[in-house]
Design a protein around this ligand. Sequence first.
Ligand SMILES: [Zn+2]
Ligand SMILES: [Zn+2]
Length: 390
Amino acid sequence: MTVISISSEVLDEVVATRRDLHAHPELAFEEVRTAGVVERRLAALGYEVRTGIAKTGVVGILRSGRPGRTVLLRADMDALPIEETNSLPFRSTVAGKMHACGHDTHVAILLGAARVLMERRAELAGTLVLCFQPAEEGKGGGREMVNAGVLGEPRVDAAFGLHISSNYPTGVIAWRPGPFFASSDSIEITIRGRGGHGASPHESIDPIFTAAQFITSVQQVVSRNVSPVEPAVVTIGSIHGGTTHNVIPDSVHLLGTVRAFSAEVREAMSERIERVLSAACRGTGAEYDYEYLWRYPVTVNDAKETALVAEVARDLFGEGRSIQGERTMGAEDFSFFLERVPGSYFLLGASSSPETSKPHHNASFAIDECALESGVQMMVALALEAPRRS
Ligand SMILES: [Zn+2]
Ligand SMILES: [Zn+2]
């Protein structure tokens, strides 16, 4: 087994950083204070620092001067618009904002790894790129970082990222080759009929009735068009139309989310959904506007890089703590990195009690801080090992 020992001084700093960030959450593309913390720490450690990438992104580069691959390690920095209900001493000090997905831990872990790696730089090969990105939660900060050239100079050969998880026990590393997280897209629909008296539907074109037809039929895309062995989801999450009992309104607005596990299924869903919508509207004489918003692609892990994650976790923590994770219909914008370079995204379990088993994005989300040490160890071990692989 490889031993990556993290001194209590480093560990205390990681916990303190995490708590400080937790108390000061910032939303997507507003991570100014967080980016400031990252920038100061990386600069003080001696990293070559780049700031202002995709607004608030920060990158720290460490060139070993020895041959080897360029490896990128990523942390996302943003919080969510949620009012925290925990009564922790370091609970959010900002009304309506909370680190309810654990991105505070990602930043703290990667900064802890940054410190250890600088101390152990004599052992490094290749080049390290530590990437702190904004706006993972729905705003595609990962896409913006990639578009800003974060994979280009120095040219990145492999990328790794972790997400803390309340679904796995503390310290367990869950990896998976191939598709791990789903794609996530949005649909926005307006069904336009012709308003009128509720007592005389024959003189109107009823958009509410049309919407109801569409909502029930659209599930046939998943059950009849997509292969039964391919996971896919269509959810209509919002429907608005009408004002009172006896008036047929002019229009109805629908919002929905679409998930898939392969680029082909994702592609096909967009067209199939519109076909069902078009048929429902044709049936009643309504018209429609349909927008399919391509958001996050499927997160596809490279087989070889994922085998490395599994091996490193096994080496550090033993067989029982390096496990294959279940696919999830959630989405991740690390997918934009993995579309361009091979790499692997994995989960770090942080659940040890009912309090630390709450779902992500819950107002009482909490993590077991004992997992932070394992996170630092994973990132350090990957940074030492991955540049040496071909
Ligand atoms: Zn999240
Ligand atoms: Zn997250």
